[in-house]
Design a protein around this ligand. Structure first.
Ligand SMILES: *[C@@H]1O[C@H](CO)[C@@H](O)[C@H](O)[C@H]1NC(C)=O
Length: 355
């Protein structure tokens, strides 16, 4: 499966840059990643060719990467963005989107797998569109949708995010035409498309008026992506409401539909087709409470006594640790012109899940 190659690589590929970014040591069991030693990247004339070599790509993807300066950098942006957003959205959850166990997770068809696919493809779509409008890619420029006054927008130096190009390119890049036969492949493709759609749905048209005292004699409009946090938030909601898939209909034409359970378990109507915006999964998730091949478990995780300790610690209880922290207090402005503060001490209590 082509589409699996890239997204799995995206979900996994941690180049040194992003590893450093997330405070990782590099010993997180990432041996399946392309080695970054000098032996794997023969000195190429152009820097971007070398960059393409560092990414885990299929042959066709590598060719596209080499043909498009700026793409490798954009792919790396997408990796950073998706890892950061996933960890942000799952900060207080038992599965916190850490990199440990990700390889095992991606082999399964869990809700978490669904989220990883969606957030990765969303990050790719977003980063590609941004790279286009920022002029970091040679083959695409500003948004060129015919319904907008783009020529005017250009005159005013406003550039829309080019989502049309980015989606088209992404589909080519992922080779989505080859729909796999097995259920898992269909599920992965569905979730990938949920991610792309989430970015698309967040596209807003922004307009600005020009003219004498706001008369709006001339109006320029352009398309703008929502901040990626917004997309991440929506995908997290979709994760919370993900639909379990029972089977796929078999269609001779090669087009099949996923058959899911009802969204709400209390309704007893017949199985339904998931909506294009639903994240879908095939297996129930483990609890993520204890160390497993999917996660490190929740021992040692800090929690909030009021809000999250009970759930996060899986009923094992939590340790309480207090420490003194100093901070500035009783600050006064002195004539003239400085602020005088005292140092106060305060006890800070930290709760963390027991073993
Ligand atoms: C996730 O939880 C593990 C412990 O289970 C912890 O070691 C790790 O730092 C956490 N990662 C993030 C990104 O919060």
């Amino acid at each position: 499966m082509r589409s699996r190659t890239l997204l799995a690589a995206l979900c996994l590929s941690l180049l040194p840059v992003s590893a450093a970014y997330f405070g990782l040591t590099g010993k997180e069991g990432l041996t399946h990643l392309p080695s970054l030693g000098p032996s794997t990247n023969p000195a190429q004339g152009k820097a971007h060719l070398k960059q393409c070599d560092l990414l885990k790509l299929s042959r066709k993807q590598k060719r596209l990467c080499q043909r498009e300066p700026g793409l490798a950098e954009t792919l790396r942006d997408a990796v950073r963005l998706s890892v950061m957003e996933c960890q942000y959205q799952f900060l207080g959850e038992r599965w916190n989107c850490s990199l440990d166990g990700r390889t095992s997770l991606l082999k399964r068809g869990l809700k978490e797998t669904a989220f990883l696919y969606a957030v990765s493809s969303a990050a790719l779509t977003h980063s590609l569109a941004r790279a286009c409008s920022a002029g970091r890619m040679e083959r695409c420029t500003c948004d060129d949708s015919p319904d907008l006054e783009n020529r005017k927008a250009w005159q005013w130096g406003v550039c829309g995010d080019n989502l049309k190009y980015s989606t088209k390119f992404l589909k080519k890049f992922l080779g989505q035409k080859k729909i796999g036969k097995d259920l898992r492949a269909k599920v992965d493709i569905h979730n990938t498309n949920v991610g792309i759609k989430a970015v698309k749905n967040g596209l807003k048209t922004t307009c600005k008026c020009h003219g004498v005292s706001g008369s709006c004699a001339v109006r320029t409009c352009w398309k703008q992506l929502s901040p990626f946090h917004e997309t991440g938030r929506i995908l997290k909601l979709r994760y919370d409401d993900a639909v379990k898939i029972l089977s796929a209909t078999n269609d001779a034409v090669g087009h099949s539909e996923l058959v899911g359970t009802q969204r709400h378990s209390h309704s007893h109507s017949s199985p339904a087709t998931p909506r294009p915006t639903d994240l879908v999964y095939v297996e129930d998730s483990p609890s993520f409470c204890r160390p497993s091949k999917y996660s490190l478990g929740t021992a040692g995780r800090t929690c909030s006594r009021e809000a999250s300790c009970d759930g996060l610690c899986c009923g094992r209880g939590y340790n309480t640790q207090s420490r003194m922290v100093t901070f500035s207090c009783h600050c006064q402005v002195r004539w003239c012109c400085y602020v005088e503060c005292q140092q106060c001490m305060q006890e800070e209590v930290i709760y963390s899940c027991k073993q």
